[in-house]
Design a binder for this molecule. Structure first.
Ligand SMILES: NC(=O)c1ccc[n+]([C@@H]2O[C@H](COP(=O)([O-])OP(=O)(O)OC[C@H]3O[C@@H](n4cnc5c(N)ncnc54)[C@H](OP(=O)(O)O)[C@@H]3O)[C@@H](O)[C@H]2O)c1
Length: 304
C-alpha cells in the first residue's frame, strides 16, 4: 500500500472498526448468511437466492451488462448462490449463461425449468437450457407449472441417473395448484418444490410447508414480493417499530425475514436487476428472524 505503512493501516482499520465504519470500507462484508439444508442430501445452500423472470430477460447493452454483473457480484460476495431461471423467461437463461462467463460457475447453484408438452419437445428444450446457461451439469431442473408433469419427470429422472442433473423439482405460482403439488410430493421422487408464499399469500403454511417438511423435500419460495405489488401496497407507509428488533431497515427485508422464519422454507428467490436492491435483499438473510409473536406483529402492521 502506497504512502501508508502496514502498522498505520492496521491501526486505521481497528479505529474504523471501533467506530462502526468498516461497513463503508468493505461494503459487501457482513455477518454470515443463513443457510438451510436440502433435506434429501444434507447439502447446505444460502437461504436467499435470486429469480430471473423479467429482470434477466433483457438485451445486454453495455449499460445493462455492467449493471447485472454488478448485481451478480454483490449477490455472490454477500453469500448468494442459488439462481432460478426458466426456458419460459425469454432471454434470461442466455443472459445468466453469458454473465457467468465473467464469474466462477462453481460459486453458483443453477436452477432452471422445462415448460412444454411431449417427450421429444421436452428433451430438446432441456438440452437447449444446458447450452444457453453454458453448463455441463444443472444443479436443479424443475417442471415449470407442472406442465406435462409425468412425461417431463421421466426425462429428468433419466438425466439425474446419468449425472447431468443433481436435483429434480416441480413449480407453480398459484395456490390453487397446491393439492396437485401435495399429491406429487407423495408419489414422485422429487427433491424440491417451488411455490408462492408471501406475507400476502399464506396458504402454503397450512399444508404444503408441513408436508414438504415431513417428506424431506426442499422448498424454494417464488414471488416473495408478489411480483413487486407489495411495494405499491406499502407505498407511503413507514416500517413498523418491530423492524428494528429483527434488524430490518426496509419493507423488502421485513417481507423476506417473514418468509424465512418458516423453518420448512429452504430458500427464497426474489428477483431484482438493481444493485441497491440485491444488497438490501441479501442483508435480510442475516441476523435475527421473527419469532411467533413478532410474526403476528408484522402481520398486524401490514393489514392488507
Ligand atoms: N411458476 C414458476 O415457476 C414461477 C412463477 C413466478 C416466479 N418464479 C420465480 O420466482 C422469482 C421471483 O418472483 P417474481 O420475479 O415474480 O417477483 P418478486 O421477486 O416477488 O418481485 C420482483 C419485483 O420486486 C422488485 N424488488 C426486488 N427487490 C426489491 C427491493 N429490495 N426493494 C424494492 N423492490 C424490489 C423488483 O424490481 P427491481 O428489479 O427494480 O429491484 C421486481 O419488480 C422469479 O424471478 C422466478 O425466478 C417462478
Amino acid at each position: 500500500m502506497k504512502g501508508i505503512s502496514r502498522n498505520q493501516f492496521l491501526k486505521f482499520i481497528s479505529v474504523a472498526m471501533a467506530a462502526g465504519l468498516t461497513k463503508n470500507i468493505f461494503p459487501d462484508k457482513m455477518s454470515e448468511i443463513l443457510k438451510r439444508k436440502i433435506p434429501k442430501t444434507g447439502e447446505e445452500i444460502p437461504a436467499i437466492g435470486m429469480g430471473t423472470w423479467k429482470t434477466f430477460d433483457v438485451s445486454l447493452t453495455s449499460e445493462v451488462r455492467e449493471r447485472l454483473i454488478e448485481v451478480l457480484r454483490i449477490f455472490r460476495s454477500m453469500g448468494g448462490k442459488v439462481i432460478d431461471s426458466s426456458t419460459m423467461y425469454g432471454k434470461a437463461e442466455n443472459v445468466v449463461g453469458e454473465l457467468l462467463k465473467n464469474l466462477d460457475r462453481k460459486d453458483f447453484f443453477l436452477a432452471t425449468k422445462v415448460w412444454t408438452h411431449g417427450k421429444e419437445n421436452g428433451q430438446k428444450q432441456i438440452a437447449e437450457s444446458f447450452d444457453k446457461m453454458n453448463v455441463g451439469v444443472m444443479d436443479l431442473f424443475q417442471v415449470h407449472n407442472l406442465s406435462d408433469i409425468k412425461t417431463q419427470l421421466s426425462t429428468l429422472y433419466n438425466l439425474k441417473e446419468k449425472g447431468k442433473i443433481r436435483y429434480i423439482g416441480i413449480t407453480h405460482y398459484v395456490s390453487s395448484a397446491f393439492s396437485e403439488i401435495e399429491k406429487i410430493m407423495q408419489t414422485e421422487k422429487i427433491d424440491f418444490i417451488q411455490i408462492p408464499y408471501s406475507i400476502a399469500l399464506r396458504d402454503a403454511e397450512r399444508r404444503i410447508l408441513p408436508v414438504a417438511g415431513d417428506s424431506n423435500i426442499a422448498v424454494l419460495v417464488n414471488r416473495p414480493f408478489e411480483g413487486g405489488d407489495l411495494f405499491s401496497r406499502m407505498r407511503n407507509r413507514s416500517i413498523p417499530p418491530i423492524a428494528q428488533e429483527i434488524g430490518c431497515t426496509t419493507w423488502a427485508q421485513i417481507f423476506l425475514k417473514f418468509i424465512l422464519s418458516e423453518p420448512n422454507v429452504t430458500c427464497v428467490i426474489p428477483a431484482t436487476g438493481n444493485p441497491k436492491h440485491i444488497r438490501e435483499n441479501m442483508e435480510a438473510g442475516t441476523g435475527k428472524f421473527p419469532d411467533k409473536k413478532q410474526r403476528d406483529e408484522i402481520v398486524k402492521s401490514v393489514s392488507f
